[in-house]
Design a protein around this ligand. Structure first.
Ligand code: NAD
Length: 262
C-alpha cells in the first residue's frame, strides 16, 4: 500500500491552471508549488501579481481563442514532454459590489446578450478547447487528472434573497456552472479506459471583501455559519489532482460549508 504522504504527492507533476491569475487559481498554484509540482497559469491579465516561486510560470492566453489555446498547450508539451493535471478554473465571477457585477446581476429578462456570450465563451467554450488540446497529450502518456470548477450555483439555483433588492445572480453563471457537472460526466465517460480521470470540484463562496450585509446572509445559508477562506479548497484540489482520488471519475466533490445540505 502507498504511504499516505505519497498518496497525495504531486511532486514533479506538470499542472495547468486556467484563470490562474485569479484569487483561487493563485491559491492552488501556491499549494501545488509547495508540493513540488511545476505549475503553468493561463490567464488574460497583463501583469499579474503571482506567488513568488520558480515553479510557477505565467502564460497569457485567452482560453476562448481555440488557436491560442492549442499553441500554448503545445509549447508546454514541447518544454515538459507531458501534462499531468489540468484545472479548468477560469470564469467570470465578479465580486458583488464591483462595477461589472451590475450588469451580471440584471433581471433575467434584460440579461445582456453580449455578457451571456462572453460568459459562455470563457466558461464553456474555453473549457472545451482546453480539453481538446490537453486530452491527446494525456492519452499518449496514458494518465492524467482533469478538474473542472463548478460552484454552489451549478448544483442548486441561486438564492437571490442574499443579494441587494433588484439584483439577481447571473443566469449565465448559473447555467455554465450547472453545465460543468455534465460536461465532466460526458468527458469522464468518453475517456473510459485511457487512464485519464475527470472530476468536478464545487467550491462555495469565499470571503473576499463583499458587503457585510451580503456576508451575513451568506453565512446564515451555510451549516458551518461562515464563508470560506480562500485556502480552504487546497485540500480538495490536492486530493483530486493526486493518486489519493484514483478511484474517482465523473464525480463532483462539493466543498460548500453545507450550503446544499438543507
Ligand atoms: N470565489 C468564489 O467565491 C467562488 C465560489 C465558487 C466557485 N468559484 C469558481 O472558482 C473559479 C475561480 O474563482 P475566483 O474567485 O478565483 O475568480 P477570479 O475572478 O479571481 O479568477 C478567475 C480568473 O479567470 C480569468 N479569466 C477570465 N477570462 C479568461 C479567459 N478568456 N482566458 C483565461 N483566463 C480568463 C480572469 O482574468 C481571472 O483571473 C471560478 O470558476 C469561479 O466560478 C469561485
Amino acid at each position: 500500500m502507498q504511504n499516505v504522504i505519497e498518496l497525495f504527492s504531486i511532486k514533479n507533476k506538470i499542472i495547468i491552471i486556467t484563470g490562474g491569475a485569479g484569487m483561487l487559481g493563485k491559491e492552488y498554484a501556491s499549494c501545488f508549488a509547495d508540493g513540488g509540482a511545476r505549475v503553468v497559469l493561463f490567464d488574460v491579465v497583463d501583469s499579474p501579481k503571482l506567488p513568488k516561486s520558480p515553479d510557477i510560470r505565467y502564460v497569457k492566453v485567452d482560453i476562448s481563442d481555440r488557436e491560442a489555446v492549442f499553441f500554448a498547450v503545445a509549447e508546454i508539451e514541447k518544454e515538459h514532454g507531458r501534462i499531468d493535471v489540468l484545472i479548468n478554473n477560469a470564469a467570470m465571477n465578479p465580486v458583488p459590489g464591483s462595477p461589472e457585477s451590475k450588469s451580471q446581476f440584471a433581471p433575467y429578462e434584460d440579461y445582456p446578450q453580449e455578457l451571456w456570450k462572453k460568459e459562455i465563451a470563457v466558461g464553456l467554450n474555453g473549457m472545451l478547447f482546453m480539453m481538446q488540446a490537453v486530452v491527446p497529450i494525456m492519452k499518449k502518456q496514458g494518465s492524467g487528472s482533469i478538474i473542472n470548477i463548478s460552484s454552489t450555483y451549478g448544483n442548486v439555483g441561486p438564492d437571490n434573497r442574499i443579494y441587494d433588492s433588484g439584483k439577481f445572480k447571473s443566469v449565465g453563471y448559473a447555467t455554465i456552472k450547472g453545465a460543468v457537472l455534465n460536461f465532466t460526466r460526458a468527458w469522464a465517460s468518453y475517456l473510459r479506459g485511457t487512464g485519464i480521470r475527470v472530476n468536478t470540484l464545487t467550491p462555495g463562496g469565499v470571503l473576499a471583501g463583499q458587503p457585510a450585509e451580503f456576508v451575513k446572509k451568506y453565512e446564515e445559508r451555510t451549516i458551518l455559519g461562515r464563508m470560506a477562506e480562500k485556502h480552504e479548497y487546497n485540500g480538495a484540489i490536492l486530493f483530486l489532482a493526486s493518486d489519493a482520488s484514483s478511484y474517482m471519475t465523473g464525480a463532483n466533490l462539493v466543498v460548500d460549508g453545507g450550503w446544499t445540505v438543507w
